[in-house]
Design a binder for this molecule. Sequence first.
Ligand SMILES: [Zn+2]
Ligand SMILES: [Zn+2]
Length: 339
Amino acid sequence: MTAPHPKTWLKTLSDGLFCEPGGFYVDPLRPVSHAVISHAHADHARPGHRNVLATEGTLAVMRTRMGADRAGDVQQALAYHEPLQMNDVTVTLVPAGHVLGAAQIVIDHRGARAVISGDYKRQPDPTCAPFEPVPCDVFVTEATFGLPVFHHPDAQDEIARLLNSQKLFPERTHVVGCYALGKCQRLIAELRRAGYDAPIYLHGAHMPVCETYKSLGVDLGDLRPATVAAKADLRGAIVLAPPSAIADRWARRLEDPVVCMASGWMRIRQRAKAGGVELPLIISDHADWDDLLATIREIGAPEIWVTHGAEEALIHAASRMQIRARALRMVGYGDEDAA
Ligand SMILES: [Zn+2]
Ligand SMILES: [Zn+2]
């Protein structure tokens, strides 16, 4: 008997990707009875499911962000690399290198294997386990930065630019816009790796997930709330805040701030300018163009499906590599800061 092709059992429904023989959705957009969640960003982990399967890290962050009662009536933690039988399939979670707890979802069904990447990156990140390529028949990939223009430099080089600016303007507060989950903790860890050991100040929205990371063993050093800190303490300090806060009244309370933003989108100069960003830092938790292509080549699957992002260019590049490629055109993913 030949193995059933994943397109016969992994379906794109309006609520998201549905694994029929497993009886579960992956990262469903609306509350469902059985959900397997790749990671805790708001566009992938939505509240109100009956049964939720995810890594312990993802479940912990989900509870922090949405409250324990909304993170799933029944929450089942699955460790990386531990196969779990679910109806007629086997599910295994493998690190995706995106944020703490992020997993690729490996589904085996009667000799066929699909791997759903969730969001992923290949750059090193001191706050989470690195991406592991898994051979498969169909690789379901994101393409957030699926255009050749997107190149993410070494994060340590971008951190060096931030620290240089701080040396240049010792009186000014550097306020860095970043997502509350993943980017914030990665920035802190990269600053620590660069030898920066002063207190780092956080907008109130950023403290809870940092506490969760710390409880899961990620060392972030001395963190202090920026909201209650005296203005004098913030002179010359580094403050992390949500992207939405850096341009509004909250940031203007700070003394002559240097407005920074850490994002893969900062590669687009106009975007930084329009956001009033003085120091754009190109630091991303997604694979850039070269890493998307390298990953697809390395995994060597004969077929890829692209969930969301700039799929056209990636599909074109894949077909030139003799890989069948199709766009799933999934809407509802991509805005990680929706929470
Ligand atoms: Zn994400
Ligand atoms: Zn996403």
